[in-house]
Design a protein around this ligand. Structure first.
Ligand code: SAM
Length: 331
């Protein structure tokens, strides 16, 4: 098939949807303060989880509709048993050009090489701090060492473009942005600084601050210039060091939202297709799957679902709107 013949999945606002984030579990071994409350145990039951076969069928349906990029997420995706075999299965589906993973890194050391071999192309690792105590405060557990070991293993496994996602929090880790940037430039990772979103009480109470507040000092310290790179086609706006070797991205869902160019939808572990991170609009794909829907019927459901994708989130206007936590949707 020539590239011009790739079908396009369009929503009602003329946006092309070419990226799906797939949650493979809503469970997590960390309790990041902006994400899941301490003691949270309101997880989906295993019977509600999509099986690997069901996930494969949905990925094939999206791919047949022109979606080329898929990201496995959660919860913590490395907590789903036999994830490597899911990666092997999905990476060979025709049309799946880019299969990536978001992880907190705690279990990466043991799995990085196998994931790479199974066909995973890219990795994002969440890391909010380089300080052991701060890490414990943010994630609820002494987890820094395991994440560092995971990063090392990922590099050794041959993952080239490893992005580190840092959620920016006033009075928690904002003072560490320069240190994180220096670490990433030195180690060859791409740092992305992300504004906290008001998802659940955790998200609302975690010290949101605008990226604009930390940008000038970073620009000055590292002599940064705006960069034209997109690095994966997401919403980050990149800046680069003067020699062009270091990139740093800023993701600003609150201070400067990017809904007009939104290109993604999210599938939660229980088969709900979430059409916007900041709205409740969703379509159930699990029941049709379990009722025996054909691939054509699934594709029709997905096409129709796109017509219900909201124009934008209202995180700023109605911050109290969302009661679900990020890990329940698939972050
Ligand atoms: N466990 C994996 C990880 O840590 O990357 C994947 C799931 S996690 C929910 C995905 C991303 O969402 C992480 O980078 C996390 O920091 C981010 N996140 C969670 N809650 C958030 C919030 N309220 N605002 C902004 N980012 C959030």
């Amino acid at each position: 098939m020539s590239s011009t013949a790739i079908p396009s999945l369009l929503d009602a606002h003329g946006r092309r949807i070419d990226y799906v984030r797939l949650s493979v579990t809503d469970r997590c071994d960390l309790r990041c303060q902006y994400c899941l409350p301490k003691g949270f145990d309101g997880y989906a039951e295993p019977a509600e989880w999509l099986s690997f076969e069901e996930i494969g069928r949905l990925v094939a349906a999206f791919a047949a509709l022109g979606v080329r990029r898929f990201r496995l997420t959660g919860g913590e995706p490395l907590m789903r048993a036999r994830l490597v075999s899911l990666v092997s299965q999905l990476s060979v589906i025709p049309g799946v050009d880019d299969l990536s993973l978001s992880t907190n890194g705690t279990r990466l050391a043991a799995q990085a090489a196998a994931l790479r071999q199974a066909g995973l192309s890219r990795l994002n690792v969440s890391l909010d701090t380089l300080d052991k105590q701060c890490m414990e405060q943010v994630t609820g557990r002494d987890s820094l060492e395991s994440v560092m070991a995971g990063l090392q293993a990922a590099r050794e496994a041959g993952f080239a473009l490893i992005k580190l996602n840092m959620v920016l929090m006033r009075s928690v880790n904002a003072h560490e942005v320069e240190r994180m940037a220096a670490f990433c430039f030195e180690q060859g990772f791409v740092l992305r600084v992300i504004e906290t979103m008001p998802m659940g009480d955790t998200g609302r109470q975690s010290g949101y601050m605008s990226v604009e507040e930390i940008l000038p000092s970073l620009v000055q310290r590292f002599d940064l210039k705006p960069s034209a790179v997109t690095l994966g086609g997401g919403p980050a706006r990149y800046w680069q060091t003067a020699d062009g070797r270091g990139q740093i991205g800023f993701i600003t869902p609150i201070s400067q939202h990017f809904c007009a160019t939104c290109n993604r939808v999210r599938l939660s572990v229980d088969g709900q297709l979430h059409l916007c991170l900041g709205q409740e609009d969703r379509v159930d794909l699990r029941q049709p799957l379990r009722d025996g829907a054909s691939q054509e019927a699934l594709m029709t459901l997905i096409r129709e679902a796109m017509q219900r994708k909201p124009e934008r989130h209202v995180f700023r206007e109605v911050p109290e709107q969302l009661v679900r936590f990020m890990s329940q949707t698939g972050g």
